[in-house]
Design a protein around this ligand. Structure first.
Ligand code: 6PG
Length: 472
């Protein structure tokens, strides 16, 4: 009996996705460049073994799948994907579908799609979030491609996707690069979310002097409130974990230098290219880059000692409440930015991205999953706010939260504790709600040195300033 679907790449994500597919009753043919891995995977598949067809060659893989064939690529993003498409293309037919499920740059997805001829297989760019566990038991799936292609693969995709109150977290979001673009912004928001959590951890650790397990308890309690989310939940768990070798808190033995594979950076780059302010995301990317400068930071701490003075807030419990509310406010600003980037991309690329649906399919399965996304989905259902900060549900939350965020950011600043993403979020909020900003001065400067012209508040038209009178 032939397989319903094929999967190439049995790394952690691919292997778990294949098991998920098999578990949902589909037969899946699998291939990995190193053949031993394919057979090892098959051997260890337990009761799912019968639904998995291990293949040693691409020819065998293609021959094992019932036509028209859907084939998922779960391999390293970048050049390997081009190589694989090149190798597969001659073996496939027009109605076959290659699904790139990696963290591709959406520009590559668009390019790959455009490079396929009319009689080549169809190409689908699919964002998958949820890490190892998600891949195995239900990820969030963001699809970009044609409706025809999606209709053919959606039964298996909705079967393997996470469910939020029974609704599958999987949707066709638009053509070509839309799915990978949305996944990229998901990761940008993920970076911002993680960074803000880390900043609050820093205040609790270096400002209030709490131990890792004590901070873990704080996060664990917050997870029962409005911050409830996967990232807060795992933060609590991580902080409570003990390093078996030393008996110390696990986080206390981990080097403070963060890795990044590119998606967060891409989201900041795309925001910049679209001219959308996404300062919380940018700050989070920059914070990771700065974290990697460990050696320089060690020298700098000697040059500028006394960073991170201890805090002694009058009312400690109240300050901890402010940290909770402030984190929520920072998170709202970062999500507002992420959704604004998607709204702009949707216009620019004529994708017609369904923002409410995106929020819905992020409610379960993905790394940023939370009930908070339900509120975002509802806000987009009720109207199309230019920015989430203008949605009634968020106006209420931000009014309260921004005061707390202000306390958090100012307290941290006064004691030398870095809060780059939280302060970016606060400044974004303060700039956004300021009807009369300060760019009139920028315009005057531009006109002074480059005769760029400006508009006036009181009259239509383009004007120049009286700079020559003062020696321009
Ligand atoms: C997800 C994650 C996933 C992966 C990223 C992390 O949504 O499941 O975002 O895609 O963990 O590659 O990216 P960094 O390595 O850049 O942190």
């Amino acid at each position: 009996e032939k397989a319903d679907i094929g999967l190439i790449g049995l790394g952690v994500m691919g292997a778990n996705l294949a098991l998920n597919i098999a578990e949902k009753g589909y037969r899946v043919a699998v291939y990995n460049r190193t053949t031993e891995k394919t057979h090892e995977f098959h051997e260890n598949a337990g009761e799912l073994k019968d639904r998995i067809i291990p293949c040693d060659t691409l020819e065998q893989l293609v021959g094992s799948i019932r036509a028209p064939r859907p084939i998922i690529l779960m391999i390293k993003a970048g050049d390997p994907v081009d190589q694989e498409i090149k190798a597969l293309k001659p073996l496939l037919m027009r109605d076959d579908i290659i699904i790139d499920a990696g963290n591709a740059n959406f520009h590559d997805t668009v390019r790959r799609l455009n490079s396929l001829a009319a009689d080549d297989p169809t190409f689908v760019g699919m964002g998958v979030s949820g890490g190892e566990e998600g891949a195995r038991h239900g990820p969030s799936i963001m699809v970009g491609g044609t409706k025809e292609a999606y209709d053919r693969i959606s039964p298996v995709l909705t079967a393997i996707a996470a469910k939020y109150q029974g609704e599958p977290c999987c949707a066709l979001l638009g053509p070509d690069g839309a799915g990978h673009f949305v996944k990229t912004i998901h990761n940008g928001i993920e970076y911002a979310d993680m960074q803000m959590i880390a900043e609050i951890y820093g205040i609790l650790r270096d400002g209030l002097g709490l131990s890792a397990p004590a901070i873990g308890s704080v996060f664990s309690k917050w997870n029962d409130g409005p911050l409830n989310s996967y990232l807060i939940e795992i933060t609590a768990k991580v902080l409570l974990a003990v390093d078996p070798d030393t008996g110390k808190a696990a986080v206390d033995v981990i080097l403070d230098s963060a890795g990044q594979k590119g998606t967060g950076r891409w989201s900041a780059i795309e925001a910049q290219m679209l001219g959308v302010p996404a300062t919380g995301i940018e700050a989070a990317v920059a914070a990771r880059s700065l974290s990697a400068l460990k050696a320089e930071r060690q020298v700098a701490e000697k040059a500028y000692p006394s960073g991170g003075t201890a805090l002694s807030p009058e009312d400690r419990a109240r300050f901890i409440d402010d940290l909770e509310q402030g984190l929520l406010a920072g998170k709202i600003a970062a999500y507002a930015q992420g959704f604004a980037v998607m709204a702009a991309a949707s216009k620019e690329y004529q994708w017609d991205l369904p923002l409410a649906t995106i929020a819905r399919i992020w409610r379960a399965g993905c790394i940023i999953r939370s009930q908070f996304l339900d509120v975002i989905a509802e806000a987009f259902d009720k109207g199309s706010p230019e920015n989430l900060l203008l949605a009634p549900a968020f106006i209420e939350r931000m009014t309260k939260g921004s005061a707390a965020l202000r306390t958090v950011v100012s307290t941290a600043a006064l004691s030398g504790l870095p809060v780059p993403a939280l302060s970016a979020a606060l400044s974004y909020f303060d700039s956004y709600r300021q009807a009369r900003g300060t760019a009139n001065l920028i315009q005057a400067q531009r006109d002074f040195f480059g005769a760029h012209g400006f508009k006036r508040l009181d009259r239509e038209g383009d004007f120049h300033g009286p700079w020559s009178d003062i020696g321009a």
